[in-house]
Design a protein around this ligand. Structure first.
Ligand code: SAH
Length: 211
């Protein structure tokens, strides 16, 4: 059986993104602009636009394009958004966020991945992205509060530092679940004192390192 592999972002959007209901024009534009082939290992570049996560080394993966689009759409970003991302990984999701929001702060625990993403952003001329190598469960206090937080690794709980660093009326999206590789993408909305949590999609993310 031959698996269809789109050859560019436009074909990918048609086959995987808009066809599955992603409508937000900013998300579609960002997915069109960002070259996913620059965020995967060279030998996987021919598969860059395919409908799957791909290995990026260090037992980590670049997320499936549809999941990137879906999470980004759920955040309801605008050009003023100051976004905290946990799990830079390849930097692909970061790059998509940077095409919509104002300033992106991304924390990654594996230095070599963060360094590689930094190099890619420099080559592409993306200059509204700030990177830090640290355990993302602590967030990035210095630049808090954030209007939006996106966690791209699976957590058993909602890290309280992240909740604290979310602005009132802010939104956070995070894969939550106790079992490995079986979580629910959960949308958290913060009001002045309360938060609401809504499960929206079953997903499989690599685990968020606890300690
Ligand atoms: N959005 C990325 C997803 C990468 S996979 C992409 O599409 O490329 C998840 C990433 O989270 C991995 O790079 C992993 O190293 C990182 N990670 C896991 N636990 C972490 C933690 N506690 N703090 C920061 N990053 C973490």
């Amino acid at each position: 059986m031959e698996i269809y592999t789109p050859k560019n972002s436009i074909e990918m959007i048609k086959a995987q993104i808009s066809s599955r209901g992603i409508k937000n024009i900013n998300v579609l534009k960002a997915m069109e602009i960002v070259p996913r082939d620059k965020f995967v290992p060279k030998k996987l570049a021919p598969l860059a636009w395919s409908d799957q996560p791909l290995p990026i080394g260090f037992s980590q993966t670049i997320s499936q394009p549809y999941v990137v689009a879906f999470m980004t759409e759920m955040l309801e970003l605008d050009s003023n958004s100051r976004i905290l991302e946990i799990g830079t990984g390849s930097g692909y999701q970061t790059a998509v966020l940077s095409k919509i929001g104002k300033e992106i702060f991304s924390v990654e625990i594996i230095k070599k991945l963060s360094d590689r993403a930094k190099k890619t952003f420099t080559e592409l001329g993306y200059n509204n992205i700030h990177l830090k190598v640290y355990n993302g469960r602590y967030g990035w206090e210095e630049f808090a509060p954030f209007s939006h937080i996106i966690v791209t690794a699976a957590s058993q709980d909602t890290p309280k530092n992240l909740l604290n660093q979310l602005k009132a009326d802010g939104k956070m999206i995070i894969p939550l679940g106790k079992k490995p590789f079986s979580q629910n993408l959960t949308l958290i909305t913060k009001y002045k004192k309360n938060i609401t949590k809504r499960k929206i999609l079953p997903v499989r993310f690599v685990p968020l390192v606890q300690k």
